[in-house]
Design a protein around this ligand. Structure first.
Ligand code: APR
Length: 228
């Protein structure tokens, strides 16, 4: 029998219990910084060293955190379903939990790219310094989608949503577009689930809201879907 397709949209809330701070649960500060200072092209132009240091710290933090029960449960869904994770997160916890199809909408901490040719993307672990250059000689920058920048993966994500039999949304404030609009691409009759500790008011046909922490809420939902 053909496997049903599940598309999963995750946000910062799925990694919160692994010890990575969310964006909007701390007065607009992100790890002590004004989000616009460290996550916008203007912030980069103003102080490249600050921005580079900030992402170096976030990259280093990945060595101190582990995937949690929610990441692991989503990976288990592949036993029975064709699953694609669309994540707004820049961490690598879905990869490390074992999910095999992951679309990073907002970039990845473990990649950097050229500042003159956005096609030159490099795997990276460790710090980036001013001395690190792309093969064309330009400075490297974090491979992160900052506020005001295009979201190149959004079309692929929308296509995946349009053919999904089931959508699961986990730990996102559903405030940031275009990611938050992906739910509207999912067919009307497809089941939709939204697991969040403090869920935003989201309206869609066939939507079940599960107010719970990611580790417990996702585990229960996955067990339910695997038992079907
Ligand atoms: N379990 C489940 N949900 C949680 C938990 C938890 N343990 N902790 C927090 N949450 C929920 C919050 O209730 C909130 O709805 O996670 C959500 C976090 O929201 P945001 O901080 O806004 O994160 P996110 O939605 O991923 O932000 C989207 O904004 O800053 C940009 O590019 C950045 O990808 C990010 C985007």
């Amino acid at each position: 029998m053909k496997k049903q397709k599940i598309v999963v949209l995750t946000g910062a809330g799925i990694s919160a219990e692994s010890g990575i701070q969310t964006f909007r649960d701390a007065d607009g500060l992100w790890e002590g910084h004004d989000v616009m200072e460290v996550a916008s092209p203007q912030g980069w132009q103003k102080n490249k060293t600050l921005v580079q240091d900030f992402y170096n710290q976030r990259r280093a933090q990945l060595h101190t955190v582990q995937p949690n029960e929610a990441h692991k449960a989503l990976a288990e869904l592949e036993q029975k379903y064709e699953v694609c994770i669309i994540t707004q997160n820049v961490d690598d916890l879905h990869e490390r939990a074992g999910s095999s199809r992951i679309v990073h909408l907002h970039g990845e901490l473990k990649k950097v790219r050229s500042t003159i040719d956005s096609n030159l993307v490099y795997d990276w672990d460790g710090d980036v310094t001013d001395q690190d250059k792309c093969e064309k000689g330009s400075q490297l920058r974090p491979h992160i989608v900052w506020f005001g920048e295009a979201v190149p993966m959004i079309e692929i994500a929308a296509e995946l949503c349009a053919i999904a039999d089931i959508m699961i949304i986990v730990g996102t404030s559903m405030q940031v577009y275009p990611a938050a609009g992906l739910i509207d691409y999912v067919p009307t009759n497809s089941d939709k689930y939204f697991v969040d500790a403090n869920p935003a008011a989201v309206h869609a046909p066939n939507l079940r809201i599960i107010q719970d922490k990611a580790t417990t809420g996702v585990r229960r939902l996955v067990d339910e879907l695997l038992a079907k």
